[in-house]
Design a protein around this ligand. Structure first.
Ligand code: SF4
Length: 364
């Protein structure tokens, strides 16, 4: 029996996910864990759970990290590959549905659309500022109604006469929802109206101008909500595919990337990293007027990674700070998030999608 396997880790703003696959891409273990503020602690907890589940004979041959915390997570575990989440989600969707044309991904705090043609990413965009097209919009409205998000999902699909909710932002949605409750709309109709409001916002803000074609694959935490799936299906007049691993597609894609990266000797630091005393500390790089805050990742006082900085000079560097001090920016500066439009530029094949920060066009 071949006990080789590959590990993908997706560290997002709301959850941390891990997937272990066999060399031929079969999912062996999956973990979805809501983060409690510390991505490093979440990664360590996921590794602890994996240590309990995996047979001792199993050997991790390669690791890829993705998501907004991919660099920190990569330093902690010793990643062989670090990829942005557009690439990871696209890789997983294409593996399961080779003819996919559009990928919707809605998480707790961000949402994205990726356009695929002939098996390659040709366009994508994401929300950077507005919560009205993300899971946090529904979370806050469910809290307002004093129900769980699962209840909201199951009640919304029973609606036969959805309420029209003005949902261009959470503030308007909330006041309109209160008004509709007061004039006697049924709760299930209000809930379906909220789902439709989220979908309207997503299609007009995130997908604005994109060529949305079926098959459409819907992934990310919000894809578990049946009311949202129904709203998408009705708005686009097509079936919406929700994959079996919809909550962990980023980690699945990362594991697939690791398995296809021809890694001869993994840099993985071992599952026992779960018990290491990992800490972070920050310092200011004063080598140009940007004065970026740089985060150092420490394992038992040894620097195992650095991240932060708009020029990338500290990324992944572990040597003494003095070696990099005083040399000025390394290469062109990446734009800060406040400089970015929400729409990103067309890019090349899925293998070549560079980090998002380099793909977005600065404001004119
Ligand atoms: S842009 Fe580069 S050189 Fe300038 S402060 Fe940031 S990390 Fe340092």
């Amino acid at each position: 029996m071949n006990d080789s396997c590959y590990l993908g880790i997706d560290v997002g703003s709301i959850s941390t996910n891990c997937v272990i696959i066999s060399p031929d891409g079969e999912v062996l273990f999956e973990i979805y864990k809501r983060g409690e503020g510390s991505p490093i602690a979440s990664v360590q907890q996921c590794l602890s759970i994996l240590a309990e589940q995996m047979p001792e004979s199993m050997r991790i041959k390669g690791v890829c990290t993705t998501g907004s915390g991919r660099i920190l997570a990569g330093a902690v575990v010793g990643a062989d590959v670090i990829k942005n989440e557009i690439s990871a989600h696209a890789r997983a969707a294409l593996h399961l549905y080779p003819d996919v044309q559009t990928i919707f991904e809605i998480g707790g705090q961000d949402s994205k659309v990726t356009i695929i043609r002939d098996g390659a990413v040709v366009d994508f965009s994401m929300n950077l500022v507005c919560a009205a097209g993300t899971g946090s919009f529904l979370d806050s409205q469910a809290r307002r109604l004093n129900i769980t998000i699962e209840e909201l999902s199951s009640r919304a699909v029973r609606s036969e006469n959805p309420t029209n909710i003005a949902g261009r932002c959470t503030v308007f949605a909330e006041s309109d929802m209160i008004h509709k409750q007061q004039i006697g709309h049924e709760q299930k109709d209000i809930m379906m109206g909220l789902c439709q409001a989220l979908v309207r916002n997503y299609l007009s803000n995130v997908c604005n101008g994109k060529d949305i074609r079926p098959p459409v694959v819907f992934q990310g935490g919000v894809s578990a909500n049946k009311g949202i799936c129904r709203a998408f299906s009705e708005a686009l007049k097509c079936d919406i595919i929700v994959p079996s691993y919809n909550m962990v597609m980023g980690a699945y894609g990362a594991a697939l990337i690791a398995s296809q990266s021809y890694i001869e000797q993994t840099k993985f630091r071992g599952i026992q990293v779960a018990d290491h005393p990992i800490a972070t500390r920050g310092f200011e790089c004063g080598d140009c007027p940007n004065c970026c805050e740089i985060i150092e990742v420490l394992d038992d006082d040894n620097v195992i990674g650095r991240t932060g900085g708009r020029c990338g000079k500290w990324e992944g560097k572990t040597g003494p700070r003095e070696l990099l001090r005083g040399k000025g920016p390394a290469g062109p500066l990446a734009p800060s998030s406040s400089d970015l439009e929400t729409v990103c530029g067309p890019c090349s094949r899925v293998d070549d999608v560079p980090d998002l920060i380099q793909m977005c066009f600065p404001k004119k």
